[in-house]
Design a protein around this ligand. Sequence first.
Ligand code: PEP
Ligand code: MN
Length: 263
Amino acid sequence: LVSRELKDTPTIVRIGGVPVGGRGLVVMAGPCAVEGEEQLLEAARAVKAAGAQVLRGGAFKPRTSPYAFQGLEEKGLKMLARVREEVGLPFITEAVDTRDVPLVAEYADAIQIGARNMQNFRLLQEAGATGKPILLKRGLAATIEEWLMAAEYILDSGNPNVILCERGIRTFETSTRFTLDLAAIAVVKENSHLPVIVDPSHGTGSWRLVLPMARAAVAAGADGLIIEVHPDPARALCDGPQSLHPETFDRLMGELAPVALAV
Ligand code: PEP
Ligand code: MN
């Protein structure tokens, strides 16, 4: 179902009113985690002013340490919904467990499946069954074939609205948090009709590297980007070192426009 052999026209997935895939570049941006209404509102206003079309923010956070901030859960979803009204951006947020899918689907415009859950097949099926657009992140150690087969689970659940997201994979390299596989964009485009976006924030782990990798992803043909932006990265509860300051995000958006026009 994900193959171009079956369908040769690009799939366009709508998040709120925003089309992802086909033509044009969609930028999703916001904090790694929803920390409070003020933080979220400030981030949302800033990314919207800079030209982002979708707000991101985690309410359920998959953290490496069980003692790290786990997210505001339903309170966070409510904040996202209020900020959506106030700022006028649809939002995407992660569901980490099948038990949370109905709650997340009640609020969100799109459901993110995190890298650590790429092969959580029950979660793929339950999230797929909501009919909501699904952003499927590539697993930390998943081949492109495995990633596409995970997407197949969602399409097979009757939901064609899948967006793939390259977010870096584990390699022997230690100078970046993960190794961003930009060739994956071209490989996916060759084999599938699904839209593919890139997450240069998790893909590098460092805000400085987000800038060149975002430009490179667009040049390589990505349909969009998902970027972490925090009003005060130094105080972020999650992923501060890779989060862009709003001013830096605004500069990046200016740099992306000519690259997008050239591809
Ligand atoms: C995130 O988007 O904040 C996140 C946890 O991403 P990933 O699943 O790619 O690590
Ligand atoms: Mn993050």
